[in-house]
Structures are given as structure tokens and as C-alpha cells.
Design a protein around this ligand. Structure first.
Ligand SMILES: *Cc1c(COP(=O)(O)O)cnc(C)c1O
Length: 361
């Protein structure tokens, strides 16, 4: 039998999660974010499902957009990080990629291009994230130059991005939104601000276009909260299996560096997934996995190809039994918290070694 690891993809869950976005933001159009290989899920698999269900898709760069077009995706595709070189504009015009304009250099490229047809532009304002975007005081100037260029479509979208929308106790989102609305007050056109956290927690940020990513994959980005508070369903379930079992005596250690030592006679199950399969190496002793649907704690360091768990409390575990590392029954965000990171990183870093398999119940 082949190595049993799989990242199972539930596309009904994806549709459910998009439905939740529509329910929460009924007056907004949805730009579904599928950058970074759809957060590791598989760009084309996810985009084919969303092509006709979302109003547009969004990726980081033109290479990702081309992969979608080459794969038969028809929806408009926004380049979230804007242009890296002027030559991308001709492709954007031909292939209906929308471009983010977030600095002077990109604006000049657009003004000086000779395009087969104008491109749709999102003018991005920096309202406090301080990463990309033009200063709010410059919004009017950029907007007028875009309107004056025959290379930009007239239906400019004004956009911004939140730094702390995942934290309902923070005032930053309200402040960013106020600054955004003030900067855009005299500029006609559609507006876009909300990421997943904006969709979930900040109704005033929904505006004309929402841009959810993480929640579409069934996870909640909110600080101090599991996805359980909503009806989000995990799209990816990472599964593996038990390949070895042994008894260890009190005082014996397990794994590299002997970081776990048995405090009682213990039964250890070895599972054939490690950091080479996308499981985080920094997951400490005690991080839960599901063995036959029941929780068992990690015991010993994560290896490249394996982990070891303490199944002393789970009688009847056998070689070949299924193990779930995250997904159905075990929220990605919970595993990520143990490992000191966020669920975004775990799925995005999943290597090609772990096959993505569509299994929609
Ligand atoms: C990645 C990204 C999003 C989606 O963020 P989530 O937290 O995954 O919903 C939205 N907007 C921009 C500009 C992004 O880069």
C-alpha cells in the first residue's frame, strides 16, 4: 500500500464557506483570494470551484494569475501585489487581470503603456498597515491620473487593507475605515476593504467588494476564537496513519533529543507524517492529533517523515489506523497555536509531497 498521507479537500465545505460570506455581506461582491496555491490547497482545484460562484478571484502576482487562466478560469483575477514590471500590463489587458496600483512607479508604467484595451485598476490606499499603498492625501491625485489615462478603465476601485481586523478589541480597524472613507469621500467608484476578519467581525467594512481568503478554507482568523463560533467547515483535512506501535517503560524517552520521557509505562504510536509533509516541527509535546477520531498527544519531537504520539489512553489502536493532523474534528487554528503560528502558514507551507485529493462527501 502507498504511503497513506493525504490532504483531503472537501469542496462542499468551500461552497458552504462562500455561502457564509454571502450571508454575512449580502450587499457586497466577493473577490475570493486564492494566492499562494490557494493557501496551499491547490490553486486550480479551488479556483475551478469558485470560478462561477465568486465575482472575481485574487492572487499575489501575474504568474499565479496566468496559472488560473491557462487552467481555464474565466473570472476576473486581481493582482493583489500590483505590478513588478511594466510588461505585465499588456498581459493584464489581454487576459482580464485587474491590477492593484499602490505606488507612483506602477502608475507611471500604466500611463506610459500602449495597451490593446484599458485594464481595471484598484487604487490601494495605506490607511495604517504601512506595507503597501499610497498615502491617503495622495488618493485624489492618483485617482485623477488614473482617470486621465486611456489605459485605465473608468471603474476604478478604491481599496485598503486592515492590520488588526482579527482583534475585535483593537480600535485600529475603525480608525483605518474612517481614514479610508475620508480619503475617498469625493472619489466616485466602488470600494473594498474587508479580508476574512472584516467579513466576520466588521460589517461596516464590507462596502462594495469583500476579499476573503482564510475563511473560505473553513478557518476563523479571529483572535481567541475557534471556527466553531461560525458555521465554517474545514476544506482541508490532513490525514496519515499509524505505521508502528511499541511499549516504552517509565523513564524511557522518545524521539530526537529525548524531549519526551515516559512518566508511566506507555504505548507509543508512530505516524508517517512529519515536517517534510507539512506538519510543523515546532509543535510541542502535547499537541493533539486524532487517532481513529480520538485525541492523543504528541510525544517526542516532530521528525521529517514521522511523529510519535502517546496512545496509552486509547486502547485498541492498530497499525494502519487513520490519524488526522488537522481538519475535520481538529481545527487547524488549534494545531497552529500549539506550534506558535497561524493556520495560514500551515496550509500554505504544505509541500507537493502530500497529495491533495478531492473527497467531497
Ligand atoms: C491575502 C489578502 C486578503 C485575504 O486575507 P484573509 O485574511 O485570508 O481573508 C485580502 N486582501 C489582501 C490585500 C490580501 O493580501
Amino acid at each position: 500500500m502507498a504511503r497513506p498521507n493525504q490532504a483531503r479537500l472537501n469542496l462542499a465545505a468551500l461552497r458552504n464557506n462562500l455561502g457564509l460570506v454571502r450571508q454575512l455581506a449580502p450587499h457586497s461582491r466577493v473577490m475570493a483570494v486564492v494566492k499562494a496555491n490557494a493557501y496551499g490547497h491547490g490553486a486550480l482545484t479551488i479556483a475551478r470551484e469558485l470560478d462561477t460562484l465568486a465575482d472575481a478571484l485574487a492572487v499575489a502576482c501575474i504568474e499565479e494569475a496566468e496559472e488560473l487562466r491557462d487552467g481555464g478560469i474565466n473570472a476576473p483575477v486581481l493582482l493583489l501585489e500590483g505590478l513588478f514590471e511594466a510588461a505585465e500590463l499588456a498581459l493584464a489587458a489581454e487576459r482580464n487581470f485587474w491590477v492593484t496600483i499602490d505606488n507612483e512607479r506602477q502608475l507611471v508604467w500604466l500611463e506610459q503603456a500602449r495597451l490593446s484595451r484599458p485594464v481595471r485598476c484598484l487604487l490601494k490606499l495605506d490607511t495604517g498597515m504601512h506595507r503597501l499603498g499610497v498615502a491617503p492625501e495622495q488618493a485624489g491625485l492618483f485617482y485623477r491620473r488614473l482617470r486621465a489615462s486611456p489605459n485605465a478603465r473608468d471603474d476604478i476601485v478604491l481599496s485598503t487593507h486592515f492590520a488588526s481586523a482579527d482583534d475585535t478589541a483593537s480600535d485600529q480597524t475603525r480608525a483605518q475605515l474612517a481614514l479610508f472613507e475620508h480619503a475617498c469621500r469625493n472619489l466616485p467608484g466602488e470600494r473594498s476593504a474587508a479580508n476574512s476578519a472584516g467579513v466576520l467581525a466588521w460589517p461596516a467594512s464590507h462596502l462594495d467588494w469583500v476579499r476573503p481568503g482564510y475563511m473560505l478554507y473553513g478557518n476563523s482568523p479571529m483572535v481567541g476564537e475557534n471556527a466553531g463560533g461560525h458555521t465554517l467547515q474545514p476544506v482541508m483535512t490532513l490525514s496519515s496513519a499509524v505505521i508502528s506501535l511499541r511499549e516504552v517503560q517509565s523513564g524511557e524517552s522518545v524521539g530526537y533529543g529525548a524531549t519526551w520521557v515516559a512518566s508511566r509505562p506507555s504505548r507509543i504510536a508512530t505516524i508517517c507524517a512529519g515536517y517534510g509533509d507539512g506538519y510543523p516541527r515546532l509543535a510541542p509535546n502535547g499537541t493533539p492529533v486524532l487517532v481513529n477520531g480520538r485525541r492523543a498527544p504528541l510525544a517526542g519531537r516532530v521528525s521529517m517523515d514521522m511523529i510519535t504520539v502517546d496512545v496509552t489512553e486509547l486502547p485498541g489502536v492498530c497499525i494502519g489506523d487513520e490519524v488526522i493532523l488537522w481538519g475535520d474534528g481538529l481545527p487547524l487554528g488549534e494545531v497552529a497555536r500549539y506550534a506558535g503560528t497561524i493556520g495560514y502558514e500551515l496550509t500554505t507551507r504544505m509541500p507537493a509531497r502530500t497529495p491533495r485529493v478531492v473527497i467531497t462527501p
